[in-house]
Design a binder for this molecule. Structure first.
Ligand code: SAM
Length: 340
């Protein structure tokens, strides 16, 4: 082989490696959809039963429409997201607004077999049993097989020098190769060995792994003390790259004509009784800003409404259905571009 041939082979190899790395990177971050919802909607519910039902409807909408993240925001002037902790009350106290909604959303997203160890008894969970289950793909029954399972770490593997026992909701605990503290929720790649009788070591993987494989795996829940913190404190690298606000004052476009650009992390925001305009006005970090400065588009998703007001929980279902086709098209365009 002469020098030139050797160089071109080397370059080809390098290019192949770079392509593979790029492909891997893309696989690592599937596009995500976040919804932002005000915690104040809970305060308008007249009883604990009705507040629970309302929170359950949001959880159902998020699951039905494969939402990756739900942000519950307050309308506080200053941003300090740590205040969620200070607002979470003792077990025997009633929580209001955001802390209540966060608790119910997190509880419902958790597979049934993990709820008892992960959620201490709380007064505000009194009526969750009445809610329709989310029946999400990670809410697996004992007899069901799936390439991934959510689990809780137990003790160190007693029969081996390494590894940890994990309850993944099967008739027998599995062993993962990592050594982990007890009581942590983990995502376990189950591998190909379906037998629970062998010493097969499974693996704890990043929580996004099932999503990378195209499975919907529930939503994450986050607190934001005001609307600006919703945008600022995104857990996604690079933040949200397309942000939509919803309102009866928004632009009216047919769903089939709406074009959402190819995005990595889409955010759709919903307002409370006073709408998103009020949330922006009340946020001291957004002084002088209007909806057009905050959102890439501000849309009316139900232009022919018969009632004078659409409630937030209704608007979430209506809007997510309205956005379904444009979101699909945006995701298809993105994969097309990437495969070229
Ligand atoms: C009670 S409404 C607030 C009313 C307010 N005037 C507004 O901006 O729509 C609560 C939330 O429901 C959503 N919403 C209500 N009507 C809507 C519509 N026609 N199109 C899109 N979203 C709507 C918005 O997110 C709004 O902030």
């Amino acid at each position: 082989m002469n020098g030139r041939e050797h160089q071109s082979k080397h370059q080809k190899k390098k290019r192949k490696k770079r392509d593979e790395e790029e492909q891997e990177q893309r696989k690592e971050t599937p596009p995500t959809v976040t919804i932002a919802v005000p915690g104040s909607i809970i305060d308008n519910a007249q009883s604990l039963e009705l507040a629970t039902l309302l929170a359950g409807q949001i959880a159902r909408a998020a699951t039905v429409f494969r939402i990756d993240e739900v942000v519950v925001f307050d309308n506080k002037g200053r941003s300090s997201d740590v205040s969620e902790k200070t607002r979470v009350k003792n077990d025997d106290e009633n929580e209001e607004g955001a802390p209540f909604l966060l608790r119910i959303l997190r509880y419902l997203e958790t597979p049934q077999y993990l709820r008892r160890p992960l959620f201490p008894i709380h007064k505000n969970l009194k009526y969750v049993g009445l809610l329709p289950p989310l029946d999400a793909p990670h809410h697996l029954r004992k007899h069901e097989w799936s390439p991934f399972r959510e689990g809780i770490t137990l003790e160190r593997n007693p029969s081996n020098t390494t590894g940890t026992l994990v309850d993944v909701g099967l008739s027998k605990n599995v062993v993962v190769e990592q050594v982990l503290e007890p009581g942590i929720r983990v995502t376990v790649a189950m591998g190909t060995d379906r037998s629970l009788e062998t010493d097969c070591l499974r693996k704890v993987v990043p929580p996004m792994s099932p999503r990378e494989e195209g499975l919907y795996w529930g939503y994450k829940v986050r607190y934001a003390s005001n609307i600006s913190s919703v945008f600022k404190n995104s857990p996604f690298k690079g933040g949200y790259d397309h942000i939509i606000g919803t309102s009866e004052h928004g632009v009216k476009i047919k769903s089939s004509e709406l074009v959402i650009p190819a995005y990595r992390h889409l955010l759709i925001a919903f307002g409370g009784l006073g709408g998103l305009e009020e949330s922006i006005e009340e946020d001291s970090e957004m002084k002088g800003k209007g909806v057009n400065d905050v959102f890439h588009s501000y849309l009316n998703t139900c232009p022919l409404q018969g009632s004078r007001t659409i409630r937030t929980e209704e608007a979430i279902f209506i809007s997510l259905q309205y956005f379904q086709e444009p979101i699909n098209k945006a995701e298809q365009n993105k994969s097309l571009k990437e495969s070229r």
